[in-house]
Write a protein of this length. Sequence first.
Length: 266
Amino acid sequence: MRVDWKGQLVQIRELGQGPAVVLVHGYPLDGAMWSGVARTLSGRFRVLKPDLPGRGENPAPPDGTIDGYADFLQAILAEVPPPAGLAGFSMGGYVSLALMKRGTAGVRALALVDTRAGADDEAGRAARETAIATVRSGGAAAIADGMIPRLLAPASAQNASLVERLRRIIVRQKPETIESDLTAMRDRPDSTAFLPRIGVPSIVLAGDQDVITPPAEGQAMAAAIPGARFAAIPASGHLTPMERPGSVAAALGDFFAAALLPNAAQ
Ligand code: MLT
């Protein structure tokens, strides 16, 4: 599918047929982080895995705000028939919450994956400044060196092919895009008060060894969203969709089927 975005036609990678499910990637990544999950989900859904502005298929310069990324997501959702599902991983979860605050734009099911509703605290904001200095001096490779051990559970970090795929995704990102992500996350608003107003079926997933957005954060989010369920992804750090694509696809597939497919077994 192609979306008109700031005067350019942006290609959105998609696979499968059925109700649309949009998978939103995290930092400092692109839509490829969802590939394993997308392949499985595509048996039942039309899966879209866009690159947020400034990377991959979407060269439009990003504006350093979560709302700017949500604008792009909104442009995609305007082109797909409802009902649609939305899954946001980490920074993609921040973007998904920003979009949901505007009204659901056809979104009838929401999955929040290894993410949080709160804003950065003072230490978090300082860490963003440090990362901005790192990407300015050392580029994407320096960010990869720092992020990979934090993204993966210790056992996953021993998986050479996973680490190699992950590094390849990070090092292809432009330094200015990484800086935009960092600025956007640093300045994002607190969405905690919005959670009780989410009016669509929701699920929250988190890796049981996630050190970036620990499972307790996910449990608290699920408790605050009416009717939401929390599921831990076993043997995984933060990057559940790449570390445990089978478990994530199973959880998302059952959830989106119940919400979006009229004849699915409930
Ligand atoms: C992400 O995985 O998107 C980021 O690490 C989230 C964050 O740093 O807040």
